[in-house]
Design a protein around this ligand. Sequence first.
Ligand SMILES: Nc1nc2c(c(=O)[nH]1)N[C@H]1C(S)=C(S)[C@@H](COP(=O)(O)O)O[C@H]1N2
Ligand SMILES: [Mo]
Length: 397
Amino acid sequence: MQSRIRPPSFSGRLHDVRTATVVGRLLGIAVAICFLTGLVSHLLQEPPGWLIGHLPTRPVSGYRITQGLHVISGIAAVPLLLVKLWTVYPRLFEWPPVRGVGHALERLSIAVLVAATILELFMGLLNTVQWYPWPFSFRSVHYALGWVIIGSLLVHLAVKAPQIAAHWRRPRPGAAPQVAAPQGAAPQGAATGADDEQLVRADRRSLLVGLGVAVGTVTVVTAGQSVTPLAKLNLLAPRHPDNGEQGLPVNRTASAAGVDRNAVRSWRLSVGGPQGYELTLEQLRALPQHKATLPIACVEGWSKSAHWEGVRIKDLLERAGLPDGARLRVVSLQTRGGYRVTEMDRTYTRDDLTLLALRLNGEVLSPDHGYPARIIAPNRPGLLQTKWVTRLEVIPG
Ligand SMILES: Nc1nc2c(c(=O)[nH]1)N[C@H]1C(S)=C(S)[C@@H](COP(=O)(O)O)O[C@H]1N2
Ligand SMILES: [Mo]
C-alpha cells in the first residue's frame, strides 16, 4: 500500500512553459480575431440603441471579410486549442490540487476558459454545417460565451504575465527549461542540461511545424467557401459557393420556408409611409431599374458575389413621402422559420446600392432565391438579405 497518492509523471518534453506560451500566443491571436469579428457580426445583426441610424454600409464587402475571417480563425483555433491543451494537460494532475485561495481562483478561471472555448468552437462548427440542435438561441449563447472566454482569458493572461514576460527574455545558454509538470514531480526525461535543451528546441520546432501544417490544411480546405481564389481547394467546408441555382448557393428554399404558391401569384408589394401604396410586379418592373454587384455573406461562413438588378429602396421610400429614407421592417411571404421579418437601418435605406432585387445574374430571381423580390444591401449579414419580400413597414422614431 502506498502511503500517499502519487501524481502521474509525464515523459513528453514539450509540457514546458515555453511551448505552452508559443502555442498559447497563436491561439490567442485566433481567439482575438474570432472575438472581434464576432462582435462586428453581433452589432450588425442586433444593433444597440446608440448604433441605430449609424450602421456602416461601406465597405460593401465588409461583412464578407469579417465573417469569413470569423469562421476561418474559429476553424484554425481547433488544432491550436488541441495542441495547447496537450501541452498543459499534466497540470490537471497538479498536487496538491489547490494551494490557497488565489491558486483555486486561477484554476477555476482556466476551467471556465477551457470549457467555454471548447463549447464555443463546437457550437460554431455545427453552425457552419447549418445544424442547430440547441434548445436555446444559438446567437445569444454564442455571444455570451464569447465574453466569458475573453474575460477568463484576460484573468489567465494576468496570472501568467510573469511567464509571458520571461518568454521574451532570451534564456541563458544551458539554462534548464521551466517545466509545467505537477509540482514536486519532475517529469522523467525533463531536460536538465544544454544537450537536453537542444533536444527540447528540436522537438518544439517539429511540434510547431506540425501545428502549422495542421492549421494551414484546415484553413486551405475550408476557406474557399468565402475566399473565391481558394474555391477549388474547398474540400471540407460544407458549402461550395459555386453550387446552387443562378450561380449562388441557396440558404433556405421556398418550400422549406413555407412560401405559398398562391401567395406568390397574388403578390403585391406594399410600402408604408405618409403616402403608402401598393404595386404589382408589373408596376415594379416599370420603375427605374438599377444594378449592383454585391455579395451574399452568410453568417455560416460561405459567401459569394453576384450581380443584382432591381428597384432602389431609396426610390420606393421617396415615392411614399420619405425622401430621407426610414428605418424599415421588411416582411416576407415566409410562413415558418427564422428571418421571416427583419429590420433595416436608415443608413441602408438611404444607400444607392440597396435594392429590392428582381433579377440575379441576368435572370429573373428563382423561387429559392426570393422570387418575386428580395433585399440586397451592401455590408449586410446574409440572414438579413430577406427573400420573398412583400411589405416594407416604417418603424417610427
Ligand atoms: N425570408 C427569408 N429570407 C432569407 C432567409 C430566410 O430564411 N428567409 N435566409 C437568409 C440567409 S441566412 C441567407 S445567407 C441568404 C441567402 O440567400 P440565397 O439563399 O439567395 O443565397 O438569404 C437570407 N434571406
Ligand atoms: Mo445565412
